[in-house]
Design a protein around this ligand. Structure first.
Ligand code: AMP
Ligand code: TRP
Length: 336
């Protein structure tokens, strides 16, 4: 059986970008793969988190994955900090990965911003922990949004260097799975910026916790341009860059409706934004409403969510233990 591993940070509630770029695909992949979906709280603290909020967001994250339809009888929802093997393998990978590789990571550059000197050391080593998450379970496929592609490629480099340096054929070379019409959902306020949990403006994103009125208000205020909606998909990157907000809203519509941008352009091309926004609001509310309601119901029952997390951690520890033990043997740690 091919194995999937993917993760999401509990550094806030999930956004529509998380949903369309990653989580929605995670649900679909359950039928063909053995899946582990992880709430990565170790990654979250690479940037300051209020402890109380981090705990609440970790539980909310697990409730959200249950609400979208991850079947925990067959697959696993894992809270990363419950399995210490992730951090242990990450240390070994810190010694395999090269500083030069880390220096090329664009997410570090984005997140650290101008003041790189005061970013945490954890933020810099972040991709090495992510490689440990994936390779601890020898996962072969990693479904993520576009922004994580570079980290999955680095995971391959780490696996390859480990295998080469220790003359073993131990870790598999992992494939990223990036698909759908919204692999990179942009901010509603600025079509050149990624929709993100950490954007200062709540109007830049749709949260899975937003109610119907909030969603309607955010879509109504979303930035557009003065022209009617395009009647074809962007012919080039240049064409997309000329109307980023328009193509972003069309991509969101296509992903939610499970169709293509081409089909959306045929149906709505030439319309005014106001009319298209009404249709988009209706579709978003129809698709997210049931998920939000179920998430709220589950989140109100912390005992049930915590039981799922405890059970997931136990299953993962059983899988992780022999892999870490073998890594320790390979690198030469003494087991007296
Ligand atoms: P994060 O919130 O950074 O932990 O991301 C969790 C998953 O959601 C990853 O697979 C990301 O690639 C994906 N993701 C996050 N933001 C977006 C976005 N704006 N568009 C598409 N995918 C996204
Ligand atoms: N770095 C990913 C993100 O921010 C989250 C993540 C952590 C992850 N570990 C992972 C994704 C392992 C895929 C596989 O989106």
């Amino acid at each position: 059986m091919k194995r999937i591993f993917s993760g999401i940070q509990p550094s806030g509630g999930f956004t529509l970008g998380n949903y369309l770029g990653a989580v929605k695909n995670w649900v679909a992949l359950q039928k063909d793969y053995e899946c582990i979906y992880c709430i990565v709280d170790l990654h979250a603290i690479t940037q300051w988190q209020d402890p109380q909020e981090l705990r609440a967001n970790s539980r909310l994250g697990a409730a959200t994955l249950m609400a979208v339809g991850i079947d925990t009888r067959k697959h696993i929802i894992l809270l990363q900090s419950l399995v210490p093997h992730h951090a242990q393998l990450a240390w070994v990978f810190n010694c395999v990965a090269r500083v030069g590789w880390m220096n090329r990571m664009t997410q570090f550059k984005d997140k650290a911003g101008k003041d790189r000197e005061s970013a945490s050391l954890g933020l810099y080593a972040y991709p090495s922990l992510m490689a440990a998450d994936i390779l601890l379970y020898k996962a072969t496929h990693v479904p993520v949004g576009e922004d994580q592609k570079q980290h999955v490629e680095l995971t391959r480099d780490i696996a390859q260097k480990f295998n080469h340096d220790y003359k073993v054929d131990f870790f598999p070379l992992t494939e990223p799975l990036i698909y759908g019409e919204a692999t990179r959902v942009m901010s509603l306020r600025d079509g050149t910026k990624k929709m993100s949990k950490s954007d200062a403006s709540d109007y830049s994103r749709i949260n899975l916790t937003d109610d119907a009125d909030t969603i309607a208000d955010k879509i109504k205020k979303a930035k557009t341009d003065p022209h009617p909606l395009p009647d074809a998909p962007p012919a080039s990157d240049k064409a997309r860059a000329a109307r980023p907000e328009a193509y972003n809203l069309m991509g969101i519509y296509a992903a939610l409706a499970e169709t293509t941008i081409d089909a959306v352009a045929k149906e709505h091309g030439g319309k005014q934004f106001s009319a298209f926004k009404n249709a988009l609001t209706e579709l978003t509310v129809a698709k997210l409403g049931p998920v939000t309601a179920e998430m709220r119901r589950l989140n109100a029952d912390p005992g049930a969510v915590d039981a799922v997390l405890r059970e997931g951690a136990e299953r993962c520890r059983t899988m992780a233990e022999p892999v870490l033990e073998e890594v320790y043997r390979i690198v030469g740690f003494l087991k007296p």
